[in-house]
Design a binder for this molecule. Structure first.
Ligand code: ATP
Length: 988
């Protein structure tokens, strides 16, 4: 419904305005032509409708577009009219008199039968009148009659018929005629023509006008109904006033004109109104969506029409852009509304999805928590498993240590670039390595080796060293340790032991790290034990031992063969000292370029670290020694393309390495004879391989395919090495009491010497080769001069002496201890029975002798006293002659708790010649109540070849007859002076 505000005019008032404005002008309209045209159109319409209703045959007498005359003639019989009426309103004319002949053929002037004429037309007019339709006079069908009246009647009937066909609902809008067939109908006579005119206008096909008029009337009706009839009477009066003085025929045209004006006015006002609405809509669009929609719906309510109608109204202005915009806005609003409802749906979907997600997340979190717990338990189990593995490994190593096995760690060098990424290593697993072998080496093309540990190509220097650390601790605990690197040339031995050329803290090798650790631990223990550390560095080059710690030129350590004690032994206080020394040693080392390695070591190098510790509280001393050996690499001379000097070097290297192989093989088979003396290298390593040292071998392998032959033989050799049992290592410790006892012995010796009455230095200088003599004399009786090989050695006596011709390896602390112990034995052997214990009155030089080369002096003294040719019998004899008080003294000291070096066993080997094998723990002199105290040898013991069971040393008869001087460890200067001494001795 359009309110006054929105549609701010009523149809009635508008019509009134138009009528008032235009009423006067209507009179001026020239209606003549229009009247004729109008009459013709109406007639044609009436004729056409009649023909159509009655059919072409029934209406054959009436042309489609008849003239006025033709129209009159066609209808004058009344037959067409009656039949049409009956079609529209069946039974309206009860009886239609048909003409005996075709009415057209009857001439106009021929008189129709009165019956025909009267009956049909009269019946028609009566029926029409009863229907309330406009009628005409029967005479209007006669010549000179008023045909337009007939036309009006027909068109009214048509109008009625249309209304009826449209359903006949409500009022017949043109006449208020009730659609009752025959009842009296009230017809407003005054409006009759007006209505007919309207009907006519409608039937003229002016559809748009008709529709507009209908709508106007509809709206008009609404206006009237709405009570805007305050001026309806004036509107009525106005119309009546306008039409009153008009001829009846002119009225339709006047009304029509008026209506046209009304229409124009109405359209103008409506357009203005729509513009106003559009403005409102634009405002709404600029407002929020919700307000917009609210406003839109309020407008819809007010207008009383759905948006489609509004759209339709707007579409009337299609040609204007504004109309389009309006359409768009409305559409957008609808779209917005639709979107809003969709958004609502989406929101609820999102809410549901969110709830689902929360649930899923909760579940997920729960699962993650469960997994976490599970994982934790797994990790716990895994760490437990790892711990067990680690424990197993430790236990295994402990068992190995107890058995004295040589530990073997395998290290694989990274592939060379030229190898194209093809490695012979299949996989590495803790202590196992599997290599891919050519078919000839194994059925499967795979071969596995087991070692204490295997390091892959990516293992860092730190990782490699970490498993070596416990050994370093052992050195400080008084053990002898040997770490040596073995492997084919170029397999990474020097890299492991020293590091690459460009040394950094990360790339430092075992040597540096070991020394660094040594100092670190000694620093940590300094409140309990004070340590002295000294270093030697030698190399074996072409079967010659050379001192590497010399600043001028590398020199052989001996004029004849090599005597290692002559090598510089340099005290060191800090890692930096060691680094400097090692750098010097490395510089002096024989290195050459081969086809296999740019920086190939052409010698075996050995860095020896001596550690002496003294327990601050108890005074107990310990001696540890560590050999760090970087062997020269084995090489196939054809591969290394060695010629000349290099070839000679290679031959020496290979020879010494094969000698090492022989030694290992003998040890593995527990042969009684081990061929140590076959090379300088095996002599050097004799302590470590045959003694009680803790020995570790780093076996290196090159992963390239062309090295597979060497790799397999290297790994096989390493496996054999790992099977060698050396016996459990023992710490070299001696108590303060033992030390004291030794001092007493020294005093005794000094006293003895004094008693002999000969100045020792004279005897000493009189010796043609004192060192050799000493070595020879002591070799048979004591291992004291064999420094690090100290406690145990095998091989025949002759061999030992021969070994000494060429090599004397600097004694370590353990051997010093042994020597001291054996000095006691010497004393026992050589002291005359009358020698008083603890002879008083030592002179200053005697005291000096005690603290210095007392062993040499004593030995020389003994030798010169003519006892060097002692036989076993005479030695026993002499031993027995020792006063009981001496043994009492020893036993009352009750403190001769010695380590391995004090416990010795002389035994006969399988060889024809008598071997002396010094073994640990055979005899222990202890203060335990039932312990075996040092006793005077019984005659039985003396005779028995099982002298080894006695704590008494081997017979002096084994000693060389000539005098000898055994050298104690000396530091740099001492070594040089000793060397000079030796030289002068030899020249004599
Ligand atoms: N673990 C490693 N990581 C990186 N490079 C390595 C490793 N091992 C060895 N190399 C490199 O391989 C080359 C040969 O190594 P190295 O000189 O140590 O071999 P070698 O066994 O001592 O040889 P030779 O017996 O001929 O003296 C060197 O350039 C070295 O830096």
């Amino acid at each position: 419904m359009v309110t006054e505000e929105l549609l701010n005019f009523s149809v009635a008032s508008m019509v009134e305005d138009v009528l008032q404005q235009n009423g006067k002008r209507l009179n001026d309209i020239d209606l003549a032509s229009r009247k004729a045209q109008e009459a013709s159109l109406r007639r044609n319409e009436a004729a056409g409708w009649l023909r159509k209703t009655i059919g072409v045959v029934g209406g054959k007498d009436l042309p489609a577009q008849p003239s006025e005359e033709e129209f009159r003639l066609g209808l004058r019989s009344g037959i067409i009219l009656c039949n049409v009426l009956n079609k529209v309103q069946p039974g309206a004319v009860q009886k239609v008199v048909e003409m005996p002949c075709d009415s057209v053929t009857i001439p106009d002037d021929a008189a129709l039968s009165a019956y025909q004429y009267f009956e049909n037309v009269r019946n028609f007019l009566v029926a029409v009148e009863e229907m309330g339709l406009p009628t005409f006079e029967a005479s209007d069908l006669e010549q000179g009659g008023k045909a337009p009246r007939v036309v009006n009647c027909v068109l009214a009937l048509k109008s009625y018929s249309d209304w009826k066909q449209g359903g006949g609902n409500g009022l017949w809008k043109f006449g208020n005629v009730k659609a009752t067939p025959f009842g009296k109908q009230f017809v407003l006579k005054n409006s009759e023509l007006f209505m007919n005119s309207v009907s006519r206008t409608s039937s003229m096909g002016e559809k748009s006008l008709d529709r507009s008029l209908s709508e106007q009337i509809s709206y008009g009706d609404l206006g009237l109904e709405n009570g805007n009839m305050g001026n309806s009477s004036s509107f009525y009066m106005l119309v009546r006033g306008l039409l009153l003085d008009k001829k009846q025929e002119d009225i339709p045209i006047i009304v029509e004109n008026m209506l046209s004006k009304v229409m124009v006015e109405f359209e103008q006002r409506l357009a203005a109104q729509i513009d106003q609405i559009k403005g409102s809509l634009k405002d709404m669009a600029s407002l929020g969506t919700n307000e917009c929609l609210t406003k839109q719906s309020s407008i819809e309510i007010e207008i009383g029409a759905p948006p489609e109608i509004l759209n339709e109204e707007c579409s009337n202005n299609k040609d204007t852009n504004e109309g389009k915009t309006n359409n768009q806005i409305v559409r957008q609003l609808m779209l917005l509304e639709k979107q809003q409802s969709e958004i609502k749906v989406l929101k609820s979907t999102i809410q549901a999805t969110k709830a689902d997600l929360n649930f899923l997340q909760m579940k997920h979190n729960e699962e993650v928590r469960n997994l976490g717990t599970h994982l934790q338990s797994l990790a716990h189990a895994a760490s437990g498993y790892k711990k067990v593995l680690e424990e197993n490994r430790k236990l295994y190593n402990q068992v190995q240590d107890l058995k004295g096995n040589i530990r073997v760690y395998c290290r694989v060098r990274p592939l060379r670039r030229q190898a194209n990424g093809l490695s012979t290593v299949d996989h590495i697993d803790e202590g196992n390595i599997t290599i891919i072998t050519p078919l000839k080496y194994g059925k499967e093309g795979r071969k596995s080796f087991t070692f204490n540990k295997v390091f892959g190509p990516s293992a860092s220097q730190g990782e490699v060293f970490s498993d070596t650390q416990p050994l370093i601790r052992s050195v400080l605990d008084g053990y002898n340790v040997c770490i040596f690197a073995y492997g084919q040339t170029g397999s990474g031995k020097t890299h492991t032991m020293i590091g690459p050329n460009d040394l950094t803290e990360e790339t430092m090798g075992v040597n540096y790290r070991a020394l660094s650790d040594l100092f670190m631990i000694s620093e940590q223990r300094k409140d309990i034990i004070s340590y002295d550390v000294s270093v030697q560095m030698i190399e074996i080059y072409n079967e010659q031992v050379r001192d590497l710690l010399v600043t001028d030129e590398i020199r052989n350590c001996s004029h004849k063969g090599l005597i290692v004690p002559d090598a510089n032994i340099v005290p060191v206080k800090a890692t930096s000292d060691v680094i400097n020394l090692m750098n010097l040693g490395q510089k002096n080392r024989a290195v050459g370029s081969t086809a296999m390695n740019d920086r190939s070591s052409r010698s075996h190098s050995c860095l020896t670290v001596h550690v002496q510790g003294k327990d601050v509280a108890s005074g107990t001393t310990l001696h540890g020694c560590m050999h760090l050996v970087d062997l020269a690499g084995s090489e196939r001379v054809n591969k290394s393309e060695a010629v000349g000097e290099r070839l000679k070097e290679a031959q020496h290297i290979n020879k010494s390495l094969s000698a090492l192989g022989d030694v290992i093989s003998s040890l593995a088979h527990k042969n009684s004879h081990v061929p140590y003396r076959n090379s300088k290298l095996t002599q050097l390593l004799q302590d470590s391989l045959g003694g009680q040292a803790k020995t570790l071998m780093f076996v290196h392998m090159s992963p390239e395919h062309d090295a597979i032959g060497e790799t397999i033989s290297t790994l096989k050799f390493a496996e054999r090495v790992s099977s060698v049992e050396l016996g459990a290592a023992q710490a070299n410790k001696e108590s303060a009491d033992v030390k004291e006892l030794k001092e007493q012995i020294a005093i005794l010796k000094a006293a003895l010497a004094r008693k002999e009455g000969e100045p020792m230095h004279l005897q000493c200088s009189g010796s043609s080769s004192p060192e050799r003599s000493r070595l020879r004399s002591s070799a048979g009786s004591s291992p004291s001069c064999y420094s690090s090989r100290g406690a145990s050695f095998s091989g025949d006596h002759k061999q030992r002496i021969d070994d000494l011709d060429s090599l004397e390896i600097r004694n370590n602390s353990a051997s010093k201890q042994k020597r001291q112990s054996l000095d006691l034995q010497d004393l026992l052997m050589n002291s005359p029975p009358w020698t008083p214990v603890g002879s008083p009155g030592l002179k200053d030089e005697e005291k000096e002798a005690v603290s210095g080369d007392w062993v040499d002096k004593v030995m020389v003294n003994k030798q010169d006293s003519g006892r060097s040719d002692n036989t076993l019998g005479s030695w026993e004899e002499e031993s027995r002659q020792l006063p009981d008080t001496f043994y009492q003294k020893l036993n009352t000291r009750n403190q001769i708790v010695t380590d391995d070096s004090d416990e010795l066993e002389a035994t006969t080997g399988d060889s024809s010649e008598q071997d002396f094998l010094w073994k640990p723990n055979v005899h222990k002199v202890s203060n335990s109540s039932n312990g075996s105290n040092l006793k005077k040898p019984s005659p039985k013991q003396a005779k028995s070849p099982d002298i080894s069971r006695s704590s008494i040393p081997p017979p002096p008869s084994r000693r060389p007859s000539n005098g000898s001087i055994s050298l104690l460890p000396k530091t740099g200067k001492q070594a040089v002076s000793s060397d000079a001494k030796r030289k002068s001795g030899s020249s004599k």
